[in-house]
Design a protein around this ligand. Sequence first.
Ligand SMILES: NC(=O)c1ccc[n+]([C@@H]2O[C@H](COP(=O)([O-])OP(=O)(O)OC[C@H]3O[C@@H](n4cnc5c(N)ncnc54)[C@H](O)[C@@H]3O)[C@@H](O)[C@H]2O)c1
Length: 464
Amino acid sequence: MNSARKPHSPSRRDFIRSSATLTAAAWAAPLIAPSSIFGANAPSNRITLAILGCGNQSTVDLPEWLKNDDCQIVAVCDVNRASFGYKNDKQFLGREPQRDFVNRAYAQKTTSGRYRGVDMYSDFRDVLARPDIDAVAIITPDHWHAVQTVLAARAGKDIYCQKPMTVTVREGREMIDAVRRHNRILQTGSQYRSSAVMRQACELVRNGRIGKLQRVETYLAENNFTGPGPGWKEMPVPEGFDYDSWLGPTPKVPYHHDRCFYRFRFIRVYSGGQTTNFGCHSNDVAHWGMGMDRSGPVEVEDLGAEFPPKGDLFDTPTKIAFRARYANGVVLECKTDKRNFGVTFEGSDGWLRVGNKGIESSRPGLAQEKIGANELHLEVSSNHYRNFLDSVKSRKEPVEPVEIGHRTASLCHLGNIAMILHRKLRWDPQKEEIIGDAEAAKMLSRPKRAGWGYELKVKPQVGV
Ligand SMILES: NC(=O)c1ccc[n+]([C@@H]2O[C@H](COP(=O)([O-])OP(=O)(O)OC[C@H]3O[C@@H](n4cnc5c(N)ncnc54)[C@H](O)[C@@H]3O)[C@@H](O)[C@H]2O)c1
């Protein structure tokens, strides 16, 4: 990386010079990567990337990063060494399998067929302590995103943070402050922002092709797991899994398999259920088409959400249904729906739906209509990962920057609060405050476990 673009971190060349004084042989490996792997991309032009979280979504994200020869994965980190028990029975994941996966991928590009340049860590602070790492991809459960983002920003790293960006509204603002204070790039992993079909749909709506926008419907998938039910019993922590570090900023509680890998998303302490899981896709596209990217609703109300039985480990809605009203009168309804993912925009002159089936509309041919040179054009990104890497180089905001990721997550969090309390909330999108409801306002933030919040210190140490 060009040091001129990274005022807070030493240049790669500085690092090579200073590394002579380090005893850590592990750091040398990426620097001697055979040039055949990265083509014309000299070490000084490569973005060095570390992966935090080697679970289910890493199986999607790692191959995407590996497609980019100007990006070198130099480290992987996970509190789990290696195990089954993720989203499906076939997945064997954790830091060891994913380190081996990346090494194998790079080995295939060498003439010798060997490569051992990826380091492995169990404590993300040891990754952040490495001055030679430019960026981190945060693919950990949602309850870790804020602390890891803030510490990464302080350490001078750029950040690709998986969606949903947060577990509370207040965390989003804390992340924005850290990213801005330290001049970092953050891309939120709501990848539909990089879909040409979603962009086309949103451009048609924003340019008035269905008339004046009145109503929006967003669809979210049904829960794909059920909890262990009331009366669930504590289980022994599996060997090789650092459960305390998995819990991190959240309270110490008994271990159960359904609490952690993949299924954490159905427990409110760690996530927001499908409201935030799929909501940070559907509602994100909705906000794009509505032009509400950096704002939010003024009212949010429950429309009859349903929850698991009391005493179950899972406590996020089994049926999502809430309505949000915006200052311009547009109403958004967000619901569990068999269509899994998608958005319907209804205007004074017709409707347009975008989702897994592409664009459908009330007017034949609408989807094929071209956006004129003098009409509004939305930012173009054809690949979410590539868009991040380009931003790291140009220092320009990516397509889903920290503020937009936060605003989308905020809508989802407000929906969850309204559904839990079964009442209408009034929201000030400028001040980001709930008006006249102290109980609901308290739910905008949560304390972090002592010793596991932003006070965590990055201390230099070398790989496992
Ligand atoms: N963009 C998308 O379409 C998409 C799809 C799926 C998941 N995701 C997001 O990716 C994130 C991870 O989801 P998942 O399904 O991979 O979960 P997962 O449980 O399968 O994997 C998470 C991994 O993070 C590890 N981890 C936990 N705490 C850690 C820490 N402090 N340091 C390092 N590693 C730690 C866990 O041990 C686990 O291996 C979530 O935020 C989720 O919403 C995004």
